[in-house]
Structure formats: C-alpha cells, structure tokens
Write a new protein. Structure first.
Length: 334
C-alpha cells in the first residue's frame, strides 16, 4: 500500500506502506465516493486516513472513486499518481466545475459496490466512522446510515442562524423532512443506491433525494470537525442558492403563497374601496387625501407582484433546464 504526500518542493510522491489487502471475491464490496474540488492539500491526509480504515475492515473489499470537479490545483495529478500505485483507486475528472451535486452523482453512477459511502476529502467527514456505520447498518438491518453534526462549532453565527431557519422553513413546506445539520456523509445499500440513481432529474438536491426515496435510515451524530487543510468552497451566497434549489425541487408552496398573497390583496382592495365609499356617503364634505400613503401602498403591491413573478420564474427556469436534457456533467478523463 502506498501513501501520497507532497514534499517540501511541492512534488507529489508516494511512500510504501506494508499490509496490502488482496481482493477476495467472496467479500462484499464497499465503494467510497469522494468529490474533490481543489483538494490537493487535503488529499494526502485523506489517503492516509482511508488506508487506516480499510486496514481495520478486513472482511470487506474496497474501491475508492474520486471525482475531480474541474479543480484548478494539483488535485488531478495527485489522483493520477494514486491510481497508478493503488488498484483500488479510480477517478473521474470533469471538463470543468459542475458542482458537488454533479460530483456525487458521477461517483454514485461509477460505484460497483454492494454498499456505497459518500465522504468529503477534507476530513470533515471522518473516515474512522465507517466501521461503526457498517456495523450499525448490519445490526439494525437498515438500508442507510447517515451522519449529522452535533454542533456548529467554528461556523460563523450568522451562517448557523440562517441554516437553522432554512431547515425550519423547508420542513414545513416540503414533502420531505430534512434532518438539521445533516451531512452528505452517508453509507447506503445497493438497493437504496439504485433507487437514488433512478431519479434522473437535472436540478438535484441530494439530501432531499435521500429522504424522498425513503428506506430505513439510522443516524450517527458527531462533533463538528475543522478542515484538515485548504479552504471551504462554500460562500454564504452559494449556500443561499443551494437552499433555493432544495425549496424549488421539493415544494410548490412558494407558488401557493404567491396565489394566496394575490387573493389577500384583492380582498384588501375591496375593503379599502368600500371604506372610502362609506366615508364619502357619511361625510360629503370630506375630501380624499393621503397621497403619500397611496404611493406606499402602490409600491407595496408592485413589489409583491414582482416577487410573485420572480417565484414563478424560478420554477419556469428549472422546468426550462429539465426540458433541455443536458447532462449533469461532462467527463474529460477517467
């Protein structure tokens, strides 16, 4: 077995590690899926941790599928070098950055295992949990073991606040229930994996898809872990857009809210009109005033109309992307 590392001159090198496990066709196969985007600094650490886990699970065969999501650093070179010396390693490299959702989908499609597990390369999803996850899956006779963070230590308070708001809102308006602080780190059976792959939609929100397909799931909670190296790829704006993907993909409630807002404004306008007429009948000498308030009302109604049109536009845009039939990603190299 070989461990990848980057030396002081930034050269990619490997050192030998004893105890290579030979594949046994009688053993069940676990596919480890690792989406990567600019993870050159973290990958050597990840290889080391994964090798330790594989050595601790001699009753299973392993394959590691790394998906290079258009990285601009040395990620692809490291994966090429790793694949040359480790028969368990395969990689898929995109022609450009298509996003983590596409990366996870490509990995799931490439998986040959009886089980598949998705984990991040930055070690925020600790590989050391995998033996416990497999043990729980067997013990509880379930099809999935998922993970969630027990705290948001190290995360900006404003991001934690909006994350909690997101989960509260989406669980009220959608037809799936998302577990707060859930990670993409999940072990699943082949049966569940095939069910996930049967959903061929272009606009994907994998956490929601996992819940939508059903199957019995057990949860493991672990403390939040900082990245081992490199920087996070998620900005606040990126997370906001990602949350909108979930709401549009799994709920039509915004369309219903827009319709209800229009109905409410219609009845309010009738009430306002009747109030003006009654006031004029009672006091014929009074004049209609309040141009400032009238302008505010007009701006409010105009803004509400634009908001409703924007909501409708979001759903129309998603429908437009689905009808194009474009692939979720384009593979440049495997």
């Amino acid at each position: 077995m070989y461990i990848c590392y980057i030396d002081s001159t930034n050269m990619i090198k490997f050192k030998e590690r004893r105890g290579v496990l030979t594949a046994n066709m009688n053993k069940e196969l676990i596919s480890v899926i690792v989406p990567c985007y600019n993870e050159a600094e973290a990958l050597p650490f990840f290889f080391d941790e994964l090798d330790k886990v594989i050595a601790s699970m001699p009753d299973y065969n392993f394959e590691a599928i790394y998906v290079n999501d258009g990285s601009k650093d040395a990620t692809l070179n490291i994966l090429r070098a790793r694949a040359q010396v480790d028969a368990r390693t395969r990689y898929v490299s995109f022609s450009r950055n298509f996003g983590k959702e596409a990366g996870m989908l490509a990995g799931l499609r490439s998986a040959n295992g009886d089980y598949a597990v998705i984990m991040d390369a930055d070690l925020q999803d600790p590989p050391s949990l995998l033996p416990k996850m497999m043990e729980l899956l067997k013990e509880k006779k379930c099809d999935s073991v998922a993970t969630r963070r027990g705290d948001r230590k190290g995360e900006p308070p404003i991001r934690s606040f909006f994350a909690n708001c997101f989960y509260g809102i989406v669980n009220k308006i959608s037809d799936v229930e998302l577990v707060p602080a859930a990670r993409d780190y999940r072990l699943m059976s082949r049966k569940m994996l095939d069910a996930v792959l049967s959903l061929s939609e272009y606009n994907r929100f994998t956490k929601g898809i996992f819940e939508w397909v059903g199957f019995k799931t057990e949860w493991i909670t672990f403390e939040n872990i900082e990245r081992v190296a490199g920087k996070t790829k998620w900005s606040f704006w990126g997370l906001f857009r990602y949350s909108l993907e979930c709401i549009v993909a799994f709920s039509t409630a915004p369309l219903a809210i827009s319709s209800l807002s229009g109905i409410a404004m219609f009845f309010l306008s009738i009430i306002g009109t009747l109030a003006i007429i009654i006031r004029k009948i009672i006091d014929t000498s009074s004049s209609i005033s309040g141009w400032a308030s009238l302008v505010c009302v007009m701006l409010f109604i105009g803004g509400l109309q634009l908001l409703c049109i924007g909501v409708l536009g979001q759903y129309l845009a998603k429908t437009y992307m689905e009808t194009k039939g474009r692939p979720n990603y384009i593979v440049a190299e495997t």
